[in-house]
Design a protein around this ligand. Structure first.
Ligand code: CA
Length: 464
Protein backbone atom coordinates (compact mmCIF):
# COMPACT_ATOMS: atom_id res chain seq x y z
CA UNK A 1 0.00 0.00 0.00
CA UNK A 2 2.70 2.44 1.09
CA UNK A 3 4.84 1.59 -1.95
CA UNK A 4 1.87 2.25 -4.18
CA UNK A 5 1.26 5.62 -2.54
CA UNK A 6 4.92 6.63 -2.94
CA UNK A 7 4.87 5.53 -6.58
CA UNK A 8 1.72 7.56 -7.16
CA UNK A 9 3.26 10.61 -5.50
CA UNK A 10 6.41 10.29 -7.59
CA UNK A 11 4.36 9.97 -10.75
CA UNK A 12 2.71 13.30 -9.93
CA UNK A 13 6.06 15.15 -9.62
CA UNK A 14 7.21 17.04 -12.70
CA UNK A 15 10.03 15.20 -14.43
CA UNK A 16 12.48 18.08 -14.16
CA UNK A 17 12.11 18.11 -10.37
CA UNK A 18 13.03 14.45 -10.16
CA UNK A 19 15.88 14.82 -12.62
CA UNK A 20 17.38 17.72 -10.68
CA UNK A 21 16.90 15.99 -7.33
CA UNK A 22 19.16 13.17 -8.42
CA UNK A 23 21.94 15.40 -9.74
CA UNK A 24 24.98 16.09 -7.61
CA UNK A 25 26.16 19.65 -7.30
CA UNK A 26 28.54 20.75 -10.06
CA UNK A 27 30.70 23.86 -10.49
CA UNK A 28 27.95 25.19 -12.81
CA UNK A 29 25.12 24.31 -10.44
CA UNK A 30 26.88 24.46 -7.10
CA UNK A 31 25.96 24.01 -3.49
CA UNK A 32 25.32 27.38 -1.87
CA UNK A 33 26.47 28.46 1.58
CA UNK A 34 25.28 31.90 2.68
CA UNK A 35 27.07 32.99 5.85
CA UNK A 36 25.57 35.95 7.68
CA UNK A 37 27.16 37.82 10.58
CA UNK A 38 24.91 39.73 13.00
CA UNK A 39 25.51 43.47 13.57
CA UNK A 40 29.01 43.33 12.08
CA UNK A 41 30.04 46.69 10.63
CA UNK A 42 31.40 47.38 7.15
CA UNK A 43 34.80 48.16 8.66
CA UNK A 44 35.12 45.19 11.03
CA UNK A 45 37.00 42.89 8.63
CA UNK A 46 40.69 43.15 7.83
CA UNK A 47 39.82 42.71 4.13
CA UNK A 48 37.54 45.76 4.42
CA UNK A 49 40.26 47.92 5.92
CA UNK A 50 40.38 47.04 9.62
CA UNK A 51 43.99 46.94 10.82
CA UNK A 52 43.20 45.66 14.32
CA UNK A 53 40.64 42.84 14.05
CA UNK A 54 42.10 39.55 12.80
CA UNK A 55 39.99 37.79 10.16
CA UNK A 56 42.41 35.60 8.14
CA UNK A 57 39.85 33.08 6.87
CA UNK A 58 37.28 35.62 5.68
CA UNK A 59 40.20 37.59 4.19
CA UNK A 60 41.19 34.49 2.23
CA UNK A 61 37.65 34.24 0.81
CA UNK A 62 37.88 37.90 -0.22
CA UNK A 63 41.38 37.62 -1.65
CA UNK A 64 40.46 34.60 -3.79
CA UNK A 65 36.99 35.83 -4.74
CA UNK A 66 34.94 38.93 -5.45
CA UNK A 67 34.31 41.62 -2.86
CA UNK A 68 31.62 44.24 -3.22
CA UNK A 69 32.25 47.71 -1.83
CA UNK A 70 28.70 49.04 -2.20
CA UNK A 71 26.46 46.27 -0.93
CA UNK A 72 23.56 47.24 1.30
CA UNK A 73 21.63 45.12 3.79
CA UNK A 74 17.86 44.90 3.61
CA UNK A 75 17.46 47.18 6.63
CA UNK A 76 19.32 48.65 9.59
CA UNK A 77 18.20 45.90 12.00
CA UNK A 78 17.76 42.14 12.06
CA UNK A 79 14.16 41.14 11.34
CA UNK A 80 13.43 43.38 8.36
CA UNK A 81 16.90 42.88 6.91
CA UNK A 82 16.56 39.10 7.10
CA UNK A 83 13.01 39.28 5.75
CA UNK A 84 14.33 41.20 2.77
CA UNK A 85 17.07 38.62 2.25
CA UNK A 86 14.66 35.70 2.53
CA UNK A 87 11.89 37.12 0.31
CA UNK A 88 13.62 39.28 -2.33
CA UNK A 89 11.71 42.41 -1.35
CA UNK A 90 12.65 45.83 -0.01
CA UNK A 91 11.20 47.11 3.25
CA UNK A 92 8.52 49.12 1.47
CA UNK A 93 7.15 45.76 0.39
CA UNK A 94 8.29 43.10 2.88
CA UNK A 95 6.02 41.38 5.38
CA UNK A 96 8.34 42.48 8.21
CA UNK A 97 9.56 46.09 8.18
CA UNK A 98 10.80 46.67 11.73
CA UNK A 99 11.57 44.48 14.75
CA UNK A 100 8.25 45.41 16.40
CA UNK A 101 5.00 46.11 14.55
CA UNK A 102 2.29 48.63 15.42
CA UNK A 103 -0.85 46.60 14.55
CA UNK A 104 -1.96 42.95 14.42
CA UNK A 105 0.86 40.46 14.76
CA UNK A 106 1.23 38.79 18.18
CA UNK A 107 2.16 40.37 21.51
CA UNK A 108 4.86 38.93 23.72
CA UNK A 109 7.59 39.77 26.19
CA UNK A 110 10.85 41.37 25.23
CA UNK A 111 13.59 40.84 27.76
CA UNK A 112 16.48 43.29 27.81
CA UNK A 113 20.03 42.12 28.56
CA UNK A 114 19.55 43.64 32.03
CA UNK A 115 16.45 41.50 32.59
CA UNK A 116 13.80 44.23 32.19
CA UNK A 117 10.69 43.03 30.40
CA UNK A 118 8.34 44.97 28.16
CA UNK A 119 5.33 43.84 26.15
CA UNK A 120 5.84 44.29 22.43
CA UNK A 121 4.10 43.23 19.23
CA UNK A 122 5.82 41.36 16.42
CA UNK A 123 4.81 40.27 12.93
CA UNK A 124 5.92 36.95 11.42
CA UNK A 125 6.36 35.53 7.95
CA UNK A 126 3.10 33.99 6.74
CA UNK A 127 2.62 30.69 4.89
CA UNK A 128 1.92 32.55 1.65
CA UNK A 129 5.29 34.36 1.81
CA UNK A 130 7.63 32.59 -0.60
CA UNK A 131 11.15 32.30 0.81
CA UNK A 132 14.46 31.68 -0.86
CA UNK A 133 14.31 28.16 0.60
CA UNK A 134 10.95 27.48 -1.05
CA UNK A 135 12.42 28.57 -4.38
CA UNK A 136 15.66 26.58 -4.13
CA UNK A 137 13.70 23.57 -2.89
CA UNK A 138 11.88 23.46 -6.23
CA UNK A 139 15.30 23.11 -7.88
CA UNK A 140 16.02 19.97 -5.84
CA UNK A 141 18.26 21.68 -3.30
CA UNK A 142 18.17 20.43 0.28
CA UNK A 143 17.76 23.56 2.39
CA UNK A 144 18.82 24.30 5.95
CA UNK A 145 18.92 27.28 8.29
CA UNK A 146 21.49 27.10 11.05
CA UNK A 147 21.02 29.40 14.04
CA UNK A 148 19.15 32.72 13.78
CA UNK A 149 15.83 33.13 11.96
CA UNK A 150 14.13 36.10 13.66
CA UNK A 151 11.11 35.96 11.32
CA UNK A 152 8.80 33.95 13.57
CA UNK A 153 7.65 36.92 15.66
CA UNK A 154 5.88 35.17 18.54
CA UNK A 155 4.52 32.31 16.44
CA UNK A 156 6.53 29.06 16.68
CA UNK A 157 4.52 27.83 13.68
CA UNK A 158 6.38 30.45 11.63
CA UNK A 159 9.71 28.70 12.23
CA UNK A 160 11.99 28.24 9.20
CA UNK A 161 11.02 24.58 8.88
CA UNK A 162 7.45 25.84 8.30
CA UNK A 163 8.57 28.46 5.79
CA UNK A 164 10.38 26.46 3.14
CA UNK A 165 13.47 25.13 4.91
CA UNK A 166 13.88 21.34 5.07
CA UNK A 167 15.95 21.58 8.24
CA UNK A 168 16.46 24.05 11.11
CA UNK A 169 18.97 24.08 13.97
CA UNK A 170 18.87 27.22 16.07
CA UNK A 171 16.70 29.58 18.07
CA UNK A 172 13.39 31.42 17.77
CA UNK A 173 12.10 34.67 19.21
CA UNK A 174 8.90 32.94 20.25
CA UNK A 175 10.22 31.14 23.31
CA UNK A 176 11.87 31.96 26.60
CA UNK A 177 14.53 29.48 25.52
CA UNK A 178 15.73 31.90 22.83
CA UNK A 179 19.46 31.56 22.84
CA UNK A 180 19.50 31.96 26.60
CA UNK A 181 22.03 32.70 27.98
CA UNK A 182 23.13 34.48 24.82
CA UNK A 183 26.10 32.68 23.18
CA UNK A 184 26.08 29.86 25.77
CA UNK A 185 22.48 28.58 25.44
CA UNK A 186 20.90 25.79 27.46
CA UNK A 187 18.41 24.95 24.70
CA UNK A 188 18.31 24.80 20.90
CA UNK A 189 15.67 23.87 18.36
CA UNK A 190 16.20 20.94 16.04
CA UNK A 191 13.18 21.44 13.79
CA UNK A 192 10.20 21.64 16.18
CA UNK A 193 12.01 19.89 19.04
CA UNK A 194 13.91 21.69 21.79
CA UNK A 195 17.24 20.02 22.53
CA UNK A 196 18.90 20.49 25.89
CA UNK A 197 22.55 21.56 25.80
CA UNK A 198 23.41 20.13 29.20
CA UNK A 199 27.08 21.09 29.10
CA UNK A 200 26.11 24.76 29.30
CA UNK A 201 23.79 24.45 32.30
CA UNK A 202 24.57 26.42 35.48
CA UNK A 203 26.44 29.01 33.42
CA UNK A 204 29.14 26.49 32.60
CA UNK A 205 29.99 28.22 29.29
CA UNK A 206 31.20 25.02 27.63
CA UNK A 207 29.74 25.31 24.14
CA UNK A 208 29.72 28.70 22.45
CA UNK A 209 26.90 29.37 19.99
CA UNK A 210 29.35 30.05 17.14
CA UNK A 211 30.87 26.58 17.65
CA UNK A 212 27.49 24.86 18.01
CA UNK A 213 26.35 26.53 14.80
CA UNK A 214 29.48 25.44 12.95
CA UNK A 215 29.00 21.86 14.21
CA UNK A 216 25.41 21.90 12.93
CA UNK A 217 26.57 23.29 9.58
CA UNK A 218 29.30 20.67 9.19
CA UNK A 219 26.89 17.85 10.06
CA UNK A 220 24.37 19.11 7.49
CA UNK A 221 27.04 19.35 4.79
CA UNK A 222 28.25 15.81 5.53
CA UNK A 223 24.71 14.43 5.28
CA UNK A 224 24.15 16.22 1.99
CA UNK A 225 27.52 15.92 0.29
CA UNK A 226 26.03 13.83 -2.50
CA UNK A 227 23.16 16.16 -3.38
CA UNK A 228 22.91 19.90 -3.99
CA UNK A 229 22.27 21.92 -0.84
CA UNK A 230 21.57 25.47 0.31
CA UNK A 231 22.92 26.23 3.77
CA UNK A 232 22.01 29.55 5.36
CA UNK A 233 24.42 29.85 8.27
CA UNK A 234 23.32 32.85 10.33
CA UNK A 235 25.81 33.31 13.15
CA UNK A 236 25.07 35.45 16.22
CA UNK A 237 28.48 37.12 16.28
CA UNK A 238 29.22 39.88 17.00
CA UNK A 239 25.74 40.93 18.28
CA UNK A 240 25.63 42.18 21.87
CA UNK A 241 25.81 41.10 24.72
CA UNK A 242 29.49 40.45 24.02
CA UNK A 243 29.74 37.07 25.72
CA UNK A 244 32.85 35.08 24.94
CA UNK A 245 35.30 33.68 27.46
CA UNK A 246 38.19 33.12 25.07
CA UNK A 247 39.79 36.48 24.26
CA UNK A 248 43.27 35.02 23.75
CA UNK A 249 43.68 36.70 20.36
CA UNK A 250 43.73 40.10 22.03
CA UNK A 251 45.02 39.49 25.54
CA UNK A 252 48.20 41.37 24.66
CA UNK A 253 46.23 44.47 23.70
CA UNK A 254 46.61 45.95 27.16
CA UNK A 255 45.08 49.29 26.22
CA UNK A 256 41.78 47.73 25.12
CA UNK A 257 38.84 47.56 27.51
CA UNK A 258 36.92 44.29 27.88
CA UNK A 259 34.12 45.37 25.51
CA UNK A 260 36.61 46.00 22.72
CA UNK A 261 38.49 42.80 23.46
CA UNK A 262 35.33 40.66 23.52
CA UNK A 263 33.81 42.29 20.45
CA UNK A 264 36.96 41.68 18.41
CA UNK A 265 37.18 38.15 19.83
CA UNK A 266 33.60 37.34 18.76
CA UNK A 267 34.57 38.27 15.19
CA UNK A 268 37.92 36.46 15.19
CA UNK A 269 36.33 33.41 16.82
CA UNK A 270 33.67 33.38 14.08
CA UNK A 271 36.42 33.72 11.51
CA UNK A 272 38.22 30.71 13.01
CA UNK A 273 35.01 28.68 12.89
CA UNK A 274 34.52 29.66 9.25
CA UNK A 275 38.06 28.37 8.74
CA UNK A 276 37.02 25.06 10.29
CA UNK A 277 33.99 24.93 7.98
CA UNK A 278 36.17 25.64 4.92
CA UNK A 279 38.60 22.88 5.94
CA UNK A 280 35.70 20.45 6.12
CA UNK A 281 34.45 21.50 2.68
CA UNK A 282 37.98 20.91 1.34
CA UNK A 283 38.16 17.53 3.07
CA UNK A 284 34.89 16.48 1.44
CA UNK A 285 36.22 17.74 -1.91
CA UNK A 286 33.23 20.04 -2.30
CA UNK A 287 35.16 23.30 -2.64
CA UNK A 288 34.91 23.67 -6.44
CA UNK A 289 31.21 22.74 -6.31
CA UNK A 290 30.26 25.24 -3.64
CA UNK A 291 29.47 28.94 -3.91
CA UNK A 292 30.19 30.71 -0.62
CA UNK A 293 28.72 34.11 0.17
CA UNK A 294 29.51 36.15 3.26
CA UNK A 295 27.67 39.27 4.49
CA UNK A 296 26.38 41.03 7.61
CA UNK A 297 22.72 41.80 8.32
CA UNK A 298 23.28 45.46 9.34
CA UNK A 299 25.92 47.86 10.61
CA UNK A 300 27.62 47.83 14.00
CA UNK A 301 25.52 48.83 17.02
CA UNK A 302 25.85 51.76 19.40
CA UNK A 303 27.21 49.39 22.11
CA UNK A 304 30.04 48.25 19.84
CA UNK A 305 33.53 49.78 20.14
CA UNK A 306 32.72 52.06 17.20
CA UNK A 307 35.52 54.52 17.88
CA UNK A 308 38.14 52.07 19.13
CA UNK A 309 37.84 49.67 16.18
CA UNK A 310 36.22 51.97 13.58
CA UNK A 311 33.60 49.22 13.08
CA UNK A 312 31.53 51.23 10.59
CA UNK A 313 34.56 52.40 8.60
CA UNK A 314 33.89 56.06 9.28
CA UNK A 315 30.40 55.98 7.78
CA UNK A 316 27.72 58.12 9.39
CA UNK A 317 25.27 56.39 11.73
CA UNK A 318 25.06 52.86 13.08
CA UNK A 319 22.70 49.91 13.47
CA UNK A 320 19.08 51.08 13.48
CA UNK A 321 19.67 54.01 11.12
CA UNK A 322 19.40 54.25 7.35
CA UNK A 323 22.63 56.23 7.07
CA UNK A 324 25.49 54.28 5.48
CA UNK A 325 26.76 53.08 8.87
CA UNK A 326 23.49 51.24 9.46
CA UNK A 327 23.04 49.53 6.11
CA UNK A 328 26.31 49.34 4.13
CA UNK A 329 27.74 45.86 4.69
CA UNK A 330 30.53 43.66 3.34
CA UNK A 331 29.62 41.16 0.63
CA UNK A 332 32.12 38.50 -0.40
CA UNK A 333 31.45 35.85 -3.03
CA UNK A 334 33.78 32.91 -3.55
CA UNK A 335 33.94 29.81 -5.73
CA UNK A 336 37.35 28.60 -6.94
CA UNK A 337 37.89 28.76 -10.72
CA UNK A 338 34.45 30.31 -11.22
CA UNK A 339 34.28 33.59 -9.28
CA UNK A 340 37.09 35.94 -10.38
CA UNK A 341 39.38 37.80 -8.03
CA UNK A 342 38.08 41.34 -8.21
CA UNK A 343 36.55 44.23 -6.31
CA UNK A 344 33.25 45.63 -7.59
CA UNK A 345 31.53 48.90 -6.73
CA UNK A 346 28.12 47.96 -8.20
CA UNK A 347 25.09 48.99 -6.16
CA UNK A 348 23.61 45.75 -4.86
CA UNK A 349 21.45 44.84 -1.88
CA UNK A 350 19.77 41.98 -0.07
CA UNK A 351 16.62 41.75 -2.23
CA UNK A 352 18.97 40.79 -5.12
CA UNK A 353 20.06 37.54 -3.48
CA UNK A 354 16.84 35.56 -4.03
CA UNK A 355 16.52 36.16 -7.81
CA UNK A 356 20.29 35.65 -8.17
CA UNK A 357 20.27 32.24 -6.51
CA UNK A 358 17.12 31.34 -8.44
CA UNK A 359 18.99 32.11 -11.68
CA UNK A 360 21.99 30.09 -10.51
CA UNK A 361 19.89 27.02 -9.76
CA UNK A 362 17.41 27.32 -12.62
CA UNK A 363 14.41 27.96 -10.39
CA UNK A 364 13.33 31.38 -11.71
CA UNK A 365 9.88 29.98 -12.49
CA UNK A 366 9.30 29.63 -8.72
CA UNK A 367 9.98 33.31 -7.95
CA UNK A 368 6.99 35.38 -6.85
CA UNK A 369 5.86 38.20 -9.13
CA UNK A 370 6.25 41.13 -6.78
CA UNK A 371 9.88 40.95 -5.69
CA UNK A 372 12.14 44.01 -5.84
CA UNK A 373 15.59 42.50 -6.30
CA UNK A 374 17.40 41.88 -9.58
CA UNK A 375 19.51 38.99 -10.77
CA UNK A 376 23.16 39.95 -10.19
CA UNK A 377 24.57 36.49 -11.01
CA UNK A 378 26.59 37.86 -13.97
CA UNK A 379 28.63 39.90 -11.44
CA UNK A 380 29.45 36.79 -9.43
CA UNK A 381 30.93 35.10 -12.50
CA UNK A 382 32.89 37.98 -13.95
CA UNK A 383 30.36 39.45 -16.39
CA UNK A 384 28.72 42.84 -16.32
CA UNK A 385 25.19 43.93 -15.55
CA UNK A 386 23.86 47.44 -14.94
CA UNK A 387 22.87 47.52 -11.29
CA UNK A 388 23.11 51.26 -10.71
CA UNK A 389 20.32 52.61 -12.89
CA UNK A 390 17.55 51.69 -10.45
CA UNK A 391 16.32 52.78 -7.06
CA UNK A 392 17.38 50.90 -3.93
CA UNK A 393 14.85 51.56 -1.19
CA UNK A 394 14.53 51.18 2.58
CA UNK A 395 12.03 52.32 5.21
CA UNK A 396 11.08 52.01 8.84
CA UNK A 397 7.39 52.78 8.33
CA UNK A 398 6.55 56.31 9.36
CA UNK A 399 9.99 56.84 10.92
CA UNK A 400 12.85 56.61 8.46
CA UNK A 401 13.27 56.18 4.73
CA UNK A 402 16.11 56.15 2.26
CA UNK A 403 16.60 55.70 -1.45
CA UNK A 404 19.72 55.43 -3.57
CA UNK A 405 19.99 55.79 -7.31
CA UNK A 406 23.45 56.06 -8.88
CA UNK A 407 25.58 58.50 -6.89
CA UNK A 408 22.61 60.07 -5.13
CA UNK A 409 21.03 59.12 -1.84
CA UNK A 410 18.03 60.70 -0.13
CA UNK A 411 17.57 59.83 3.52
CA UNK A 412 15.62 60.85 6.60
CA UNK A 413 16.20 59.12 9.93
CA UNK A 414 13.57 60.93 12.00
CA UNK A 415 9.79 60.98 11.69
CA UNK A 416 8.54 64.18 10.10
CA UNK A 417 12.00 65.42 9.14
CA UNK A 418 12.70 66.43 5.52
CA UNK A 419 14.83 64.24 3.29
CA UNK A 420 18.53 64.99 3.19
CA UNK A 421 20.40 64.55 -0.09
CA UNK A 422 23.94 63.28 -0.50
CA UNK A 423 26.24 62.50 -3.40
CA UNK A 424 27.66 59.27 -2.01
CA UNK A 425 30.46 58.98 -4.59
CA UNK A 426 31.89 62.32 -3.50
CA UNK A 427 30.67 62.28 0.08
CA UNK A 428 30.65 58.77 1.54
CA UNK A 429 30.28 60.12 5.08
CA UNK A 430 27.01 61.92 4.27
CA UNK A 431 28.42 65.19 5.60
CA UNK A 432 27.28 67.65 2.97
CA UNK A 433 23.49 67.84 2.63
CA UNK A 434 22.81 69.02 -0.93
CA UNK A 435 19.00 69.09 -0.64
CA UNK A 436 18.86 72.89 -0.88
CA UNK A 437 21.12 73.01 -3.96
CA UNK A 438 19.42 70.21 -5.89
CA UNK A 439 15.68 70.41 -5.26
CA UNK A 440 14.80 68.70 -8.55
CA UNK A 441 16.99 65.68 -7.95
CA UNK A 442 15.52 65.39 -4.47
CA UNK A 443 11.93 65.75 -5.70
CA UNK A 444 12.44 63.01 -8.31
CA UNK A 445 13.97 60.66 -5.74
CA UNK A 446 11.19 61.41 -3.27
CA UNK A 447 8.55 60.60 -5.89
CA UNK A 448 10.26 57.33 -6.81
CA UNK A 449 10.60 56.40 -3.14
CA UNK A 450 6.88 56.98 -2.54
CA UNK A 451 6.11 54.50 -5.29
CA UNK A 452 8.17 51.86 -3.47
CA UNK A 453 6.00 52.06 -0.36
CA UNK A 454 3.14 49.56 -0.22
CA UNK A 455 0.70 49.68 2.71
CA UNK A 456 1.18 47.04 5.40
CA UNK A 457 -1.48 45.79 7.83
CA UNK A 458 1.21 45.53 10.50
CA UNK A 459 2.48 49.10 10.05
CA UNK A 460 -0.52 51.13 8.88
CA UNK A 461 0.33 54.78 8.22
CA UNK A 462 -2.20 57.61 8.51
CA UNK A 463 -4.66 57.36 5.63
CA UNK A 464 -3.87 53.72 4.86
CA1 CA B 1 21.34 42.36 13.33
Amino acid sequence: MLTKMIAAALAMMPQWVMAKKMQRATPERPNIIFILADDMGYGDLHCYGNDQVKTPNIDRLAETGTRFTQCYAGSGISSPSRCSLMTGKNTGNTRIRDNMCTAKGITGLKISPKGDTTIVRRANLLPQDTTIATVLGTAGYRTCLVNKWHLDGYDPQAAPNHRGFDEFYGWLISTVYSNDPYYYPYWRFHGDSLINIRENEHDAHVRHNTEISTDDAIAFINRNRKNPFFLYLAYDAPHEPYNIDDTSWYDDNGDWNMTTRRYASLITHMDAQIGRLLDEIDRLKLRDNTLIIFASDNGAAVMAPLKELNCNAGFKGRKGQLYEGGIRVPLIVNQPKKVPVQTLSNLVYFPDIMPTLAALTGSEQSLPQNINGMNILPLFYGDKVDTDNRLLYWEFPGKQRAGRRGDWKAVSVKAGQPLELYNIREDMTESNNLAGKNPEILRALDEEMRQQHHPSENWPLPGE
